[in-house]
Design a protein around this ligand. Structure first.
Ligand SMILES: Cc1ncc(COP(=O)(O)O)c(C=O)c1O
Length: 320
């Protein structure tokens, strides 16, 4: 089984790192949508699956279960179909319509929760549903991306090492946070190689990961309604919270200024960088990197849709 999985290994990692024009910094982005099934989560899925297979925890009779806002589920569904094992993603209404259709066509079964948890998000409801499934399905295995150390190692050895190999020196890394796997793995690897690098965690307003007041969020990817275990392993210098309205602005700027058609969390990091450096001047331009974890296609009905944007702006008016 491991040998079979490894045949897809060349479709994971070694993503392009591209320079973007910027007046005051040397800005680079790593195009993680060049991974299998177009997202950074191919790295997490591949690493978690291969490690669990090596430990003997996944075999032909396994039913894999995971809670995912989309990208991890799609990567896992792809690998599971290839390995011929059953996969059940637990999703929620924030999922992009395109992702839901795709998951329904490539998974064994899809479970969708609809009740919001006490923070206004869906994560706690999804985790409860996972427990129910683990009890009712024989040979069920939960990859548990929120706590699995292999989610950390996927990015420590993956993006972390690739960045270290590329840069002679790196000054800032802006990383969006969901499960915390990406930021914990990358931050630890970067700090070993570049002790002075500043790691900036990028979160969405209303996410409770870094103690913001909980509020309804509508764009999947970053943010959470609980503090994921893996975030505690991250080495973070500063945290910035970005509103969903600014996420939309960031996505549009990234497309219009650089031709990069990326997903919500990419625009969130890009906006955070614009805001962070707008009144900073440097004798020497610092090297700054951020990730584009997925591409914009699944967001055409939301972040890139004028009607939806109008609706989102109305939501913010109601809240404040
Ligand atoms: C589009 C996107 N960006 C960023 C993230 C955050 O990554 P992590 O879960 O490693 O913190 C995710 C996680 O699902 C994602 O789907």
């Amino acid at each position: 089984m491991l040998e079979k999985l490894q045949k897809l290994g060349h479709l994971v990692g070694n993503t392009p790192l591209v320079p973007l024009e910027h007046p005051s910094i040397h800005l680079y982005t790593k195009l993680e949508y060049h991974n299998l099934m177009n997202s950074v989560k191919a790295r997490t899925a591949y690493y978690m699956l291969s490690s669990a297979i090596k430990r003997g925890e996944i075999h032909e009779g396994t039913t894999l279960i995971e809670s995912s806002s989309g990208n991890l589920a799609i990567a896992l569904a792809t690998f599971c179909q290839y390995l011929k094992i059953k996969f059940i993603p637990v999703i929620d209404p924030n999922i992009n319509g395109v992702y839901e259709d795709l998951l329904r066509s490539i998974s064994y079964q899809v479970v969708k929760v609809t009740d919001r948890d006490e923070t206004g998000g869906f994560l706690l409801t999804r985790l409860k549903k996972i427990q129910d499934l683990l009890h009712s399905i024989p040979n069920a295995y939960w990859t548990n991306q929120y706590q699995n150390p292999d989610n950390f190692y996927a990015h420590y050895h993956g993006i972390g090492t690739e960045l270290v190999q590329h840069f002679e020196t790196l000054d800032y890394a802006f990383i969006g946070v969901g499960t915390g796997g990406t930021i914990s793995g990358i931050s630890n690897r970067l700090k070993e190689a570049f002790p002075n690098v500043k790691v900036i965690a990028v979160d969405s307003e209303g996410s409770v990961i870094f103690n913001d007041k909980p509020k309804k969020r509508h764009i999947p990817g970053i943010g959470a309604s609980t503090v994921p275990e893996l975030v505690k392993r991250a080495v973070i210098d500063e945290v910035v919270h970005i509103s969903e309205q600014h996420t939309v602005e960031g996505c549009h700027q990234l497309f219009e200024n650089h031709g990069i058609f990326a997903g919500g969390s990419s625009g969130t990091s890009y906006y955070a960088i614009q805001q962070y450096f707008q009144d900073k001047a440097f004798a020497e331009k610092p090297n700054v990197v951020f990730l584009c974890p997925d591409n914009g296609v699944p967001y055409v009905q939301t972040v890139y849709n004028a009607e939806w944007i109008k609706w989102l702006l109305n939501q913010s008016v109601c809240i404040s």
